[in-house]
Design a protein around this ligand. Sequence first.
Ligand SMILES: [Cu+2]
Length: 164
Amino acid sequence: MKTFLFAALCAAPLAHAHITIAPASAPAGAYQTIVFKVGHGCDGSATTGITVLLPDGVTAKPMPKPGWTINLVEGKLATPLQIHGKTITSAVREIAWRGGPLPDAYYDEFTLQAKLPDLPARYVFKVGQQCEKGRTDWSDVDPASKTPAPVLEVMPAAMPPHHH
Ligand SMILES: [Cu+2]
């Protein structure tokens, strides 16, 4: 009985899948493939655009997607980053896919490769969803919100093996 109740509670968010991120956690400093999963449109209207805002400390490249064009917006970094031994002061901050339309009855995924920060923390990826009618901003930091922003938990990188 307890098990059943637990399963039912876990299944509830899937029924209304939002826009979610996978994986939910990844090691600090990794080059990580991140997938944004689009579970439905805006109140039944087909999706025509997805815009991902990269959190401070994260740089990323989008994976091209047939039927969708990509627009990158570069901006100044709040904190300069060291990449390949070079100091980077500006980088892509916003990745937008336009296309579709992706009907509300269908599901799709938008992929990027991110260079994760060395600092373990919860990184919030605000996502804008444009639709034929209206839009939804997945930008609330509160996970209990109706429109929570996808969050990636960056974990401490595993210690390198060493010899005794
Ligand atoms: Cu939803």
